[in-house]
Design a protein around this ligand. Structure first.
Ligand SMILES: [Zn+2]
Length: 76
């Protein structure tokens, strides 16, 4: 069984769509420039969506590594 596991989801820069790393200073943007551009869009009211830009999965990645959940426990 040589099942290759996919790497963790790589987040994309909301502005230009480039891959960004959670460790990056300007995360979730690829650069300070893109961050400012995105902020500008918000200010201009381009985004009228109430949902946040970041996905919960991305936030989990930021929370730290090795965060195992204790789901599936059943106590009678
Ligand atoms: Zn970018």
């Amino acid at each position: 069984m040589a099942a290759r596991k996919k790497q963790a989801k790589m987040p994309h820069c909301p502005t230009c769509g480039a891959l960004v790393r959670p460790k990056d200073e300007d995360f979730p943007f690829c650069s300070d420039r893109c961050r400012k551009i995105d902020l500008g869009k918000w200010a201009m009211g381009v985004y009228k969506i109430s949902s946040p830009v970041l996905d919960p999965e991305v936030l989990e990645d930021l929370g730290g590594s090795g965060g195992n959940r204790g789901e599936g426990r059943h106590e009678n």
